[in-house]
Design a protein. Structure first.
Length: 117
């Protein structure tokens, strides 16, 4: 009986250690970012996956730092850089924007701008 208790205790310790290691290595799911958002320190910004209007996911506010074709790189006030896809479907309030302009955009989860002002 004592030998069985020792084996169970050792198994419990090994299981707890394994779960702790897994939690530390995998990171937090709640802290993960959408594909359209990356940190400014990252050298490569992911392209948006949506190229058409859809349900609104969130609002992006910040300054336009770069425009390349239909893609606008916007630095949010938190320092995060977001790449937004802008198309003919995008409602543009107050005209076109250029680098340095402040903007507010409603985007889909895949990074397409439904509205841009």
């Amino acid at each position: 009986m004592e030998k069985m208790k020792g084996m169970l205790t050792a198994s419990a310790v090994a299981l707890a250690f394994g779960i702790g290691s897994l939690a530390c290595s995998s990171g937090s799911i709640a802290g993960s970012t959408p594909s359209a958002t990356v940190s400014q320190s990252s050298s490569k910004i992911k392209l948006p996956t949506d190229t058409a209007s859809g349900p609104a996911y969130r609002t992006v506010s910040g300054k336009v730092i770069k425009i390349k074709g239909p893609y606008y790189d916007v630095e949010e006030y938190t320092g995060t850089v977001v790449r937004i896809h802008v198309s003919r479907d995008t409602v543009r309030l107050n005209g076109n924007k250029k680098p340095g302009d402040s903007i507010r955009a409603e985007i889909t989860q895949g990074g397409h701008a439904n509205s841009f002002q």
